[in-house]
Design a binder for this molecule. Structure first.
Ligand code: PMP
Length: 409
């Protein structure tokens, strides 16, 4: 009976959100969850999303029927083009199979289920997925739930607060041949640290030599550099290099469609005469996994995203909205760094502007994070990560002052 079920710990991030909500201090600052906020700390509905939404609601043909198992075809095909490029040979050669997913999490889960069932490397030990240390906490439980052993590769250097490239590459190099490696396509969560293009080339070279299987998690396209194509550079480099790979694509952040759960899963076959036939078989199995878990994906967010992706004028407006978000975040990075440097806060702070995307890995330790919360009503994850989007022109000075105080203690 239920008397044997142990109490599970609360999800740390959603627990943090609840604690923030309950805090009555007007100075409180939410740097926890990775959701974009405007300069007034309010959720931001992208103007382009508002426009698409209004158009959608005005459509007298709109109904609430089921989507197909693989989702809305206009959405999945536009998603392929967005992530692989308009003239992608992989798409033209029909060696990409795509299923609409329950946002990025659902795409990761679908990929995990597929690997658990069908991934059969010659060396059975290679049937494991390597994730960066640290990584988005949910990665560990998504893969573990699918009975896929999770291993780690080093990623972050505490000294430089940048990439531990040697640690990363030497672990990938020594992993059993044919291992699965999860890679953050851009704007690494939680560190904000991405490999350079030269480093990506080296990673690809090692992975090719070791016949590893790349699984890209792309949750921040357009958020890192402000350019959609630049943020997909690593994925496209790997595709050009002829890898067979998978991609989990989320539209939560870049469309601000968090709760609508719009995303896409892609399987890209390696170039070969039989590729098209192979990915068709892969797709048939993915359809069964999808059917048994969600039957068919949610429609509303995908309809909005699809309308924007398939309309040149809306697409251009979207790119502008993306620049608004990434631009404000970059301004906050500059502002925070300069405020800390002006105060002479002990330590170096250049990593705040060197890191990119939604997050910064500040280097603050667990004790300092706790003090920030107790004394200053600042909420952030205990690993020292802050969501840059939680900072604005009204609170950045207060936050810098709070950091300065706990660092000096
Ligand atoms: N991967 C990473 C690295 C993320 O940060 C996120 C969002 N926090 C996701 C995937 C997926 O999020 P969602 O399911 O909301 O698309």
């Amino acid at each position: 009976g239920a008397d044997t079920v142990p109490q599970a710990p609360e999800d740390p991030l959603f627990g943090l959100m609840a604690a923030f909500k309950n805090d009555q201090d007007p100075k409180k600052v939410d740097l926890g969850i990775g959701a974009y906020r405007d300069d007034n700390a309010k959720p931001w509905v992208l103007p382009v999303v508002k426009q698409a939404d209004e158009r959608l609601r005005a459509d007298p043909e709109l109904n609430h029927e089921y989507l197909p198992i693989a989702g809305l075809a206009d959405f999945t095909s536009a998603s392929q083009k967005l992530i692989l490029g308009k003239s992608s040979p992989a798409v033209q050669e029909k060696r990409v199979i795509s299923l609409q997913s329950v946002s990025g999490t659902g795409a990761l889960h679908l990929g995990a289920g597929f690997l658990a069932k069908f991934y059969n490397p010659q060396n059975a030990e290679a049937k494991a997925i390597y994730v960066s240390s640290p990584t988005w906490a949910n990665h560990n439980q998504i893969f573990a739930n699918s009975k896929l052993p999770v291993k780690n590769y080093p990623y972050f250097s505490k000294q430089t607060k940048g990439l531990d490239f040697d640690g990363m590459t030497s672990t990938i190099q020594s992993a059993p041949e044919g291992s699965v490696v999860l890679l953050h396509a851009c704007a690494h969560n939680p560190t904000g640290v991405d490999p350079t293009q030269d480093q990506w080339k080296k990673i690809a070279e090692i992975m090719k030599q070791k016949k590893h299987f790349p699984f890209f998690d792309c949750a921040y396209q357009g958020f890192a550099s402000g350019s959609l194509s630049r943020d997909a550079w690593a994925i496209n480099y790997f595709v050009e290099q002829g890898f067979e790979l998978m991609i989990a694509q989320s539209y939560a952040k870049n469309f601000g469609l968090y709760g609508e759960r719009a995303g896409c899963f892609h399987f890209v076959g390696a170039p070969s005469p039989s590729a098209q036939e192979e990915v068709t078989r892969v797709g048939s199995q993915l359809a069964i996994l999808q059917r048994s878990e969600i039957s068919n994906p949610p429609a509303y967010g995908a309809r909005i995203a699809s309308m924007i992706l398939n309309d040149d004028q809306l697409f251009a407006q979207w790119e502008e909205d993306l620049r608004t978000m990434s631009g404000r975040i970059i301004e906050m990075r500059k502002s925070l760094q300069s405020k800390l440097e002006q105060r002479g806060t002990p330590g170096t702070w250049n990593h705040i502007t060197d890191q990119i995307g939604m997050f910064s890995f500040t280097g603050l330790n667990e004790q300092q994070v706790q003090k920030l919360r107790e004394k200053f009503h600042v909420y952030m994850t205990k690993n020292g990560r802050i969501s840059m989007a939680g900072l604005n022109t009204n609170n950045v000075d207060y936050f810098a002052q709070a950091v300065d105080s706990v660092v000096r203690e």
